[in-house]
Design a protein around this ligand. Structure first.
Ligand code: SAM
Length: 239
């Protein structure tokens, strides 16, 4: 998969060279290219923002650098391998990112992330970008960040680990929270007793059916307690 990121703070993404996603890039499974939006700003100060029409607080990102950057990156692709990219703009006003979104986006060949700053990006950029690929405005949750970088990193990590070959043991992906609509069961490792706290007996029993049943119960119990909104209303009502 190819992922392009446009940001005025490209060094935010240095962390993605570490751990599993770093290895995936070394192995050629993930082609991550981070570009500074100011490369497409041509005045003396490489300006990417201006005051909002209609007044109001803050600055808005100008459309021209975004248009040129998207032309170059999406055009780059048109000239080569894959089909049209999926262009994602992190936004608190977008659809909420979930594991389902991650699974969907992990099937795409090319993603472009456009990280907003200030009060956001001139609205016309989203309309224009839809001529180049599918545009998605995606929120990390119902709160406001200073910029799209942290949201983009979270999404790249969630999507990236679903790309075949990125996580060594694919079974570990299946059992995780949100994969089956429930939170994951509690996990324990050695020692069996630690600071007067013991591991549940069933996990030491060697009885695989009993362990599976216990884990399933724990998933429901946890989800009912912590995230009843994830359960069908009948199950949540039993809590
Ligand atoms: N004025 C915008 C609004 O009220 O919708 C918020 C702008 S925010 C300060 C600047 C940038 O941070 C946004 O353009 C977006 O890229 C990013 N951002 C902020 N909160 C976010 C969230 N919850 N999810 C994804 N991106 C977010």
């Amino acid at each position: 998969m190819r992922i392009d990121v446009l940001s005025i703070f490209p060094s935010y993404f240095d962390g993605l060279t570490l751990s599993l996603l770093g290895k995936a890039q070394d192995a050629g499974i993930l082609d991550l290219r981070v570009r500074d939006l100011r490369e497409w700003a041509f005045d003396r100060h490489r300006t990417v923002d201006d005051t909002p029409y209609g007044g109001g607080a803050g600055m808005v990102m100008k459309p021209e650098p975004w248009g040129l950057a998207l032309d170059e990156i999406a055009g780059d692709v048109a000239a080569g391998e894959a089909g049209p990219p999926t262009i994602i703009f992190p936004s608190p006003a977008g659809e909420v990112f979930t594991q389902r979104t991650a699974r969907d986006l992990a099937t795409r060949e090319h993603l472009i992330f456009g990280c907003g700053r200030y009060e956001g990006i001139d609205e016309r950029v989203f309309e224009y970008a839809s001529q180049l690929g599918e545009v998605r405005l995606i929120s990390l949750g119902d709160y406001v960040l200073n910029g799209g970088e942290v949201a983009t990193m979270a999404m790249i990590e969630a999507i990236g680990r679903l790309i075949p070959g990125v996580v060594g043991n694919p079974e570990s992906l299946v059992e995780e929270s949100h994969e089956d609509g429930l939170l994951e069961y509690p996990s324990y490792t050695k020692p069996a007793s630690w600071r007067e706290r013991t591991v549940p007996d069933v996990l030491l029993s060697g009885n695989h059916a009993a362990i599976a049943a216990w884990r399933r119960d724990q998933q429901f119990e946890r989800t009912r307690r912590r995230r009843p909104d994830l359960l069908p209303s009948d199950d949540a009502a039993q809590s």
